[in-house]
Design a protein around this ligand. Structure first.
Ligand code: NAD
Length: 446
């Protein structure tokens, strides 16, 4: 019998990845392209297994698994592969303040070894899109999937070493103890997605080594629905975004701000949209998700008492099912308005109009997204100029994640830094100026 090798300790693993970084190989375009291509093959060759793991963890339908996780990550990788060579070209810079004859350019330098810590709600996408960005920037990576989505974590831990060089990416599975052990090590960048409490732990640990961080956090993303908007279309788009993944999406619309008349019409239209999407018994619809575990189930059910249930409300602990639910008559200080909901419950808070909606948003933490439905140009402009958030989307909540050209990230309590496409390259690189000053003639600083 062969003895089972002892698992590699975090220090050894990082030393191995750091040594690989120091060879300079990850810097080459060929290495980056090869790793990204292999990562794409992993996704394409194991689509079925990944979809099954997503169903086991979160009851995700095949179409959602493709649109929001597997195909989504493939599209991101394609975008990186198509553009990387051009983005990496050194950018000439004019240096009129330097001695005559000086030339300069600016280049993206890899940072070294990057730690990516992922959450459970999009367990494939939220691990692999940052990993792809870090590889595109020429780094080596320690990837820590979430233990709360165990089927996806185990599958990715098995597949990644089959596709990617062990000197490029190491997967470390586990929960608090394993992540704490990793955070004690020195990394060159930490990319964390999850809640703000752990975000603070990550930032504190990073401070010990002066390691830069990207924190992709959450919060309560409000939706303002203006008087006079087309309520049928608004409800369809709102319900699609809110009830995808049973509301467990960081950029899900958290609550609605609208006037009392619009609220009544909106509730009726949301009920119609939900029936169209999931039938009269969403519990039986394959396309409707489940709450990830009992801890979150109990937490979300407790929030149902914060208002009058005007749609849904049914829940079943054994199946971790909560129906798509709308709450009316919700007070601004009720429990459902004090924490990120992260479940299929949509409270409607009545406000007289846009002035009060803007004040309501600005009185609270800066959200990951602000959403608006309005036919008025003036209201679009005011939402853009008078509110602060990770992103503002008018007309279609969650559309900001569709295009890798847009930077994705929060501000204040909803996070720091951004990524996707070229923004990932910037997040995982150091922008280094290279200045060449001729020895002769000697200029002003000589
Ligand atoms: P989670 O419980 O899976 O935790 C995230 C990661 O942190 C996991 O890998 C976990 O192992 C690790 N972790 C947990 N406790 C830790 C500790 N004490 N010390 C060190 N590491 C620890 O996921 P979650 O936090 O419940 O995720 C949901 C939150 O994430 C929501 O607030 C949501 O809005 C946010 N989120 C943000 C984005 C975004 O892109 N901005 C995306 C998804 C989720």
């Amino acid at each position: 019998m062969h003895p089972v090798p002892a698992p590699e300790q975090p220090g050894e693993l990082i030393a191995r990845l750091r040594a690989a970084s120091r060879t300079g190989r990850p810097r080459s375009l060929e290495w980056r392209t090869e790793q990204l291509t292999r990562l794409r093959s992993l996704l394409q060759e194991h689509t079925d297994a990944l979809a099954e793991a997503l169903f086991a963890d979160l009851h995700k339908s095949r179409s959602e698994a493709h649109a929001a996780e597997i195909g989504f990550t493939v599209r991101e990788i394609d975008h990186l592969l198509e553009n990387l060579e051009e983005w990496l070209r050194p950018q000439p810079a004019a240096v009129p303040g330097c001695p005559a004859g000086s030339t300069a350019y600016v280049q993206y330098d890899p940072l070294g070894v990057v730690l990516v810590i992922a959450p459970w709600n999009y367990p494939v996408q939220l691990l692999l899109v940052p990993v792809a960005g870090a590889l595109a920037a020429g780094n080596t990576v320690v990837a820590k999937p979430s233990e709360v989505a165990p089927a996806c974590s185990a599958l990715l831990a098995r597949l990644i070493p089959q596709y990617l060089s062990r000197d490029a990416v190491a997967v470390v599975e586990g929960g608090v103890a394993e992540t704490t052990a990793l955070l004690a090590q020195r990394f060159d960048h930490i990319f964390y997605t999850g809640n703000g409490t752990v975000g603070r732990i990550v930032m504190r640990a990073a401070a010990e080594h002066l390691t830069p961080v990207t924190l992709e956090l959450g919060g309560k993303s409000p939706v303002f629905v203006d008087r006079g908007t087309n309520l049928a279309d608004t409800a369809t788009r709102l319900a699609r975004a809110k009830f995808a993944n049973a509301g467990q999406t960081c950029v899900a619309p958290d609550y609605v701000l609208t006037d009392p008349d619009t609220a009544r019409g909106l509730v009726a239209e949301i009920a119609r949209s939900v029936r169209r999407m999931f039938g009269s018994e969403p519990e039986l619809a394959r396309g409707y998700g489940r709450i990830v575990n009992l801890h979150h189930f109990d937490r979300v059910v407790r929030l149902l008492g914060s208002g009058r249930i005007v749609l849904g409300g049914r829940h079943d602990r054994e199946n971790r099912y909560i129906a798509p639910t709308v709450l009316a008559d919700v007070a601004a200080e009720s429990p459902v308005m004090r924490e990120e909901i992260f479940g299929p419950v949509l409270p409607i808070v009545e406000v007289p109009g846009v002035d009060q909606a803007i004040s309501f948003i600005n009185d609270r933490d800066k959200p990951l997204a602000v959403y608006g439905f309005t036919a008025r140009e003036e209201v679009r402009r005011r939402l853009a100029e008078e509110t602060t958030s990770g992103g503002l989307v008018l007309g279609m909540p969650m559309a900001q994640v569709l295009d890798p050209g847009l930077p994705f990230g929060g501000v204040g309590e909803s996070g720091t830094g951004s990524y996707r496409g070229a923004h990932s390259l910037a997040a995982f690189s150091h922008l280094k100026p290279v200045l060449d000053v001729p020895m002769r003639p000697t200029g002003p600083v000589g």
